[in-house]
Design a protein around this ligand. Structure first.
Ligand SMILES: Nc1nc2c(c(=O)[nH]1)N[C@H]1C(S)=C(S)[C@@H](COP(=O)(O)O)O[C@H]1N2
Ligand SMILES: [Mo]
Length: 318
């Protein structure tokens, strides 16, 4: 069971005015809001499928897979978001992401679907249940973080869009705004960034669209206002600042696969037995710690997702 946010908290209170305008002020205010949430207790959930209770210090209060979440500072300053630059500290630098406007935001739903439309992101999220979940993010360069996300199960949104039976995959696209995203004025990648999931992966209860971290709205560097989180996959599947969801019958070509197919595939399941050509995937370093830890199959979510890949050769389908 997941304890939900009270329905009577308007999203205008969860997302304070001016949040994205002045980052320093936002962090100060969000800190106060975050402490408030911890003090009231009821807003943070504990569940069997991902969500955990955490304290103001980030300690996990209970749960079988308890892991200490990374600090808000780590999560918001060590990022991959090439639209804001190629270094880990580029996306949080206001020189790169300070012009980005995540409000208002529209998501276009199209393709093989009964209810194609432009959906306002606040309406979309308000109508779904916002849940708190702690997931490990595993990046392909063998680092990881544990992040307390807020988000909605993607399956709940997809059901509302009513995909047709011929839709076998979902393709996601990041916003293209070179005037707000300096990386898009370079050829670091082919823009816009694209990702894809098989329909059953998109419908899996662990897959969420995240809108917040530690009870605070997502900052630009983490993919504001809406990004994908697929906890058993490598980090690059977690496409940020999504503006388009397309239902298709053919496997989409994702950006990293198009850029370097020998190194990055479509599935990107965390797999300690299949090394990346340039580095081991058998162990990882948690950001903020020095010791390396053993990487678990499917990032530790094997009991919940291994059946999705029964009979597939995971060396070929990397
Ligand atoms: N649009 C877009 N989405 C993206 C990326 C990117 O460069 N552009 N980087 C990906 C990679 S490689 C990782 S590891 C995660 C990092 O998410 P975080 O910065 O919130 O931890 O975002 C993914 N989503
Ligand atoms: Mo990554």
């Amino acid at each position: 069971m997941i304890i939900k946010r009270p329905q009577d908290v308007p999203s205008s209170e969860i997302t304070p005015e001016g949040v994205y305008v002045n980052r320093r002020e936002f962090i100060a205010r969000a800190g106060a809001i975050g402490a408030g949430i911890v003090a009231t207790g009821g807003l943070l959930g504990c569940s069997s499928d991902g969500a955990r209770e955490y304290t103001a210090d980030g300690d996990v209060a209970s749960g079988p897979q308890q892991e200490k979440p990374n600090s808000y500072e780590d999560i918001t300053t060590y990022n991959n978001y090439y639209e804001f630059g190629g270094n880990k500290d580029d996306p949080s630098n206001p020189d790169n992401s300070g012009k980005f406007k995540p409000k208002p935001w529209t998501v276009r739903v199209e393709g093989m679907v009964k209810k194609p439309a432009d959906y306002n992101v606040d309406d979309l999220i308000r109508q779904a249940d916002l849940e708190d979940r702690i997931y490990r993010l595993r990046c392909v360069e063998a680092w990881s973080m544990v992040i307390p996300w807020q988000g909605v199960q993607l399956s709940k949104l997809i059901k509302r869009f009513e995909p047709s039976p011929s839709a076998k995959f979902v393709e996601f696209t990041t916003v293209f705004r070179p005037s707000e995203m300096p990386g898009q004025r370079t050829n670091l990648l082919d823009w816009p960034y694209i990702e894809g999931l098989r329909m059953d992966e998109a419908m899996h209860p662990l897959t969420i669209f995240a809108t917040g971290i530690y009870g605070k709205p997502l900052l630009a560097q983490n993919g504001a206002p809406l990004r994908l989180v697929v906890p058993w996959k490598y980090g690059f599947k977690g496409i940020k600042s999504i503006v388009k969801i397309r239902f298709v019958d053919k496997q989409p070509v994702n950006t990293w696969q198009a850029t370097n197919p020998g190194e990055y595939g479509f599935y990107a399941n965390v797999n300690p037995t299949v090394d990346h050509p340039r580095w081991t995937q058998a162990s990882e370093r948690r950001v903020g710690q020095f010791r390396r830890i053993e990487t678990k199959m499917f990032n530790g979510y094997a009991d919940q997702v291994a059946s999705l890949y029964a009979g597939m050769d995971l060396r070929k389908n990397y």
